[in-house]
Ligand binder design. Structure first.
Ligand code: SF4
Ligand code: SF4
Length: 299
């Protein structure tokens, strides 16, 4: 059983408890404006061009048999509508300016790499985190990785947008020790505008996993102009207040912005400034008012 991933990030301390290996899987069914992993959006390879690394040698242009590459005033222009993602240009690029994002890998190989750090998981209370992208879009692959990890007593966590069929969630419930799920806003219309989908199914699935005794962290990325108002955060608190979940408010930052340009994507948040620590603290106080436990970290 194989699947498509972008990378396995070892020694992560931001993807669940303890020291973890985060496996970033390709393919996502949402298009959140503030996404900082747009290289995981497509369930396919994606060609990345980093202008700052480019030596202007034009070796890539000579290698591309279908003339999808050309020079422009400041570097290389990619005609992405023609590119077949063959990867030949990336093989001749001497500086790593052109790279193909994506690796087709067996589930056993993922677990082989992850278990190299098993000693750190045991010491720190960490384990594996499947992230993305949306891991449940590669359900059989995800299931296989989690089953193998369970057999080796590695703690399993998953970051899911929950915009999937309940059957997919049901299939994973026995294999996931910790679910980390975004509750971005309660209002379906706003959710649809900024992510591409309404949130009815997400909230239904959120309640479903909790009712099935799953351990859940609800995460709210706080995005200026989208959900950074008192009203919006209060409505999330009202959903969560009586549920046995821990919550995290994650402050919007701009670190992933360069990737949009490098992948030929439009960044709809390009004008936004990072959320200030002060504003995040103010909103965090609302969670305290509702007796909801939160942590304080950046996305
Ligand atoms: S991936 Fe292949 S088709 Fe696309 S630009 Fe590179 S060489 Fe050309
Ligand atoms: S091969 Fe690499 S370094 Fe040379 S022009 Fe193309 S992208 Fe730039």
């Amino acid at each position: 059983m194989s699947g498509l991933i972008t990378t396995i990030q070892r020694m992560s301390i931001h993807d669940g408890p303890g020291i973890r290996s985060a496996v970033f899987m390709k393919g996502c069914n949402l298009r959140c404006w503030w996404c900082h992993n747009p290289e995981t959006w497509e369930f396919n390879f994606q060609l990345q061009y980093i202008n700052d690394k480019c030596l202007r040698c034009n070796d890539c242009i000579k290698k591309c048999e279908i003339q999808a590459l050309d020079t422009e005033a400041d570097g290389i222009r990619i005609a992405r509508e023609r590119c077949t993602l063959c990867g030949k240009c990336t093989k001749v690029c001497p500086s790593g300016a052109l790279t193909m994002i994506g690796e087709q890998v067996e589930a056993e190989e993922v677990v082989r790499r992850v278990e190299q750090d098993i000693i750190f998981y045991e010491e720190s209370g960490g384990g594996i985190t499947l992230s993305g992208g949306e891991p449940l879009m590669q359900l059989d692959f995800t299931k296989k990785i989690l089953s193998l990890c369970k057999a080796k007593h590695i703690h399993t966590a998953i970051e899911s947008n929950l915009m999937v069929h309940p059957k997919a969630i049901k299939a994973l419930l026995p294999l996931v020790d910790l679910w980390m799920c975004d509750i971005k806003t309660i209002d379906p219309a706003t959710h649809k505008k900024y992510t591409g989908v309404s949130n009815e199914r997400i909230i239904k699935n959120f309640k479903y996993i909790i009712n099935n005794n799953a351990t859940v962290i609800a995460r709210t990325p706080v995005i200026p102009g989208f959900n950074d108002t008192e009203e919006c955060i209060e409505s999330i608190c009202k959903l969560i207040q009586d549920l046995p979940v821990k919550c995290e408010l994650l402050g919007f930052h701009t670190l992933g912005f360069d990737k949009f340009c490098q992948l030929g994507l439009t960044n709809l948040c390009s004008g936004l400034k990072p959320l200030t620590a002060q504003r995040l603290s103010e909103l965090k106080r609302i969670f305290k008012k509702y007796n909801i436990k939160t942590t304080h970290e950046n996305i």
